[in-house]
Each structure stands twice: as C-alpha cells, then as structure tokens.
Design a binder for this molecule. Sequence first.
Ligand code: 7TP
Ligand code: ZN
Length: 325
Amino acid sequence: NLARRDVPIPCNAPKELLKEKHVEFILKCGRDKQSYEYIMSEYLRMSGMYWCLAALDVMGKVDEADKEEILRIIKACQNEDGGIAAAEQHDSHILHTLCAVQVLTILNRLDIIDVDAVVNYTKGLQNEDGSFCGEKGNEIDTRFSLCALATLHFLDRLDEVNVEKAIDYVLSCYNFDGGFGTRPGSESHAGQVYCCLGVLAITGCLEKIDVYRTGEWLAERQCPSGGLCGRPEKLPDVCYSWWVLASLAMIDKLHWINRDSMIKFILACQDDEMGGFADRPGDMPDPFHTVFGLSGLSLLKFEGLEPVDPVFCMTKKAVGRFGFM
Ligand SMILES: COc1ccc(S(=O)(=O)N2Cc3cc(-c4ccc(C=O)o4)ccc3N(Cc3cncn3C)C[C@H]2Cc2ccc(O)cc2)cc1
Ligand SMILES: [Zn+2]
C-alpha cells in the first residue's frame, strides 16, 4: 500500500530515560562469558566493546567498566599486519581497528598498541581511486573510507594517506537525491550518508556538497511515529535515528527534524525490564541499538547525558583529548 510503513508506539512504552537499567544492561553484556550470546557474538567482540564503552561514556559511567580486561583484549587482538581484529585469532579489519582505536581514545590509552603498525595497515587499504577496502583486497564501501580516516584522525596521522583522492571518491558516490551510496551509483542509504558526511567533516570539505539537498533527503526519513528509517519504505529503527540525526547535526540542520516525536520514539525503544534499547518498540535490546539510542538522545540535548560528537559517536570530552581539536 502507498501509506508509508510505520510502527505504532505502545501506550505503555517508557516515557523517561531508564539510565540505571541501561548501565546494568551494558555491564551484564561483558560479564557473563559463558552465555550463548557472549560466545556467539565473538565475531563482533571488538565492535561490541566499543558500543558498550561508548554507551557508558554517554551516561558518564566509564569508570564502571573493567578497563584492565578491555586493554588486555585489545593488545591480544593486534595482528602482525598492524591491524586489529574482532577477537584473538581473527583477521584484521578496518571496522574493528577503528573500534579499538575509539575504545583506547575513550580510555586515553593509545600507548598500549603499536600506532605506527596501525597507520601502516590502514594506508595499505587505500586503492588507486582513493577508496578503501575493509580488509586487504576485499570489498570496497564508503563505510570503510570513514573507518580509515577516523582511525588516522585519532592517531593524528591523516597525512599518511591520499586525502584528496579519498574525498574525490566519496564525492563520486553523491547521488542526485542528495544522499550517498556504498559505491558510485549505489542507492542512497542513511548509513552511507552518515559515513560520507563524516569523511567530509573530518577533512573540512562539507561545503563541497549541497547541504540543503542532503538535509531534505535526511528530514524525509522521519515517519509519523517520529522514528527515522534508512530508506523509503523501510521501517523506522533507532539506529537509523543516529545515522540521520548525526548527519543533520554535521550539516547544522538538526532542527529540520521533529524533536519531540523523535525523543518519544527513541524512549519507546527502551526495554523497561532488562534495560537497553531495541531497534524498535517491543523488540530485544542489544548494545548496538543502546549506544545509538543514547547518542541520538544526547544530540537532541536530552538531559542527563554527556554531549556527543556527531562524527565519531563518542563524547566530545573523549574526542577532544587532543590539543589540536
Ligand atoms: C544480530 O544480527 C546481526 C546482524 C548484523 C550485525 S553487524 O555486525 O553486521 N552490524 C551491527 C549490528 C549489531 C547488532 C548487535 C547485536 C548484539 C550486539 C552486541 O554488541 O550487536 C545487531 C544488529 C546490527 N546490525 C544489523 C541491524 C541493525 N539494525 C537493523 N539491522 C539489520 C547492523 C550491522 C551493520 C553495522 C552497522 C554499523 C556498524 O558500526 C557496524 C556494523 C550484527 C548482528
Ligand atoms: Zn537498527
């Protein structure tokens, strides 16, 4: 049917932030190492650590994390090629390399890894046309351009790759509708818009696109429920809230979204028993949707949360660790 698919918000959905429950939910995720979820999510471990730590940081509770255990795992996950893997004995990947660098930036402990080796690994992923692979010789995706440039940004080593070509490649993925896709000519998707705007924000080139056109494409993602979806006809999902809100914040068009209905949708995605956020009201919560729900609320200036940086989905405090910011 032509009516945009949407999700009803149950009348008994949570209407306030259940902060203490979310802290408990996140701390439990890393504690029970025998649980089915923990073992099955090994391929996500490094990313999961970032999603959990970033969620604690937005809530001002980083000190509750087991820092020594986190540092031990990250040290054990740096491979010979300089990259960092999801877990021990896994292959390096730029997604997990960035997550590890983000965790170490939040903890201010970049000293525990071989930074030069990480830079060398990341450089090796750039192709002739300026694009990046996620791992050597594998698929190309604008997501990996953001991961590579964000990694080098935190290591203050952006000059080690061809930034001009990286920008040209991202601009070659800019679509007529104001969105961005995974590769030139690919369909616009909120996640790719977020990654491509992130590359342009890190390199100070946001003026190279039509921010009004892109702002319109982003604002059109809001559904009657207040939720945001990644593409037309997709159901709203709290992680899309982050991709769209962070993208709007980067181009200073956050006010183009209805703030009240957006907050109502995100709060409705909380699980009032276990804590945590699900992708939409009533589904199972997970750390991924929890960090993006909390960070989306923070961008909307919801009280009781630390201000976050829209490009990196980390607190401004953690990102501003460097003098040069
Ligand atoms: C449970 O099914 C999935 C599906 C995809 C993935 S993913 O790694 O390719 N990824 C991130 C992602 C993570 C979770 C999740 C569950 C438990 C944990 C523990 O920390 O994390 C759940 C979903 C998810 N997806 C899939 C998704 C989210 N909303 C709708 N969907 C279909 C996103 C997916 C891609 C991704 C996005 C951002 C990013 O930084 C990394 C990966 C992971 C689990
Ligand atoms: Zn989602």
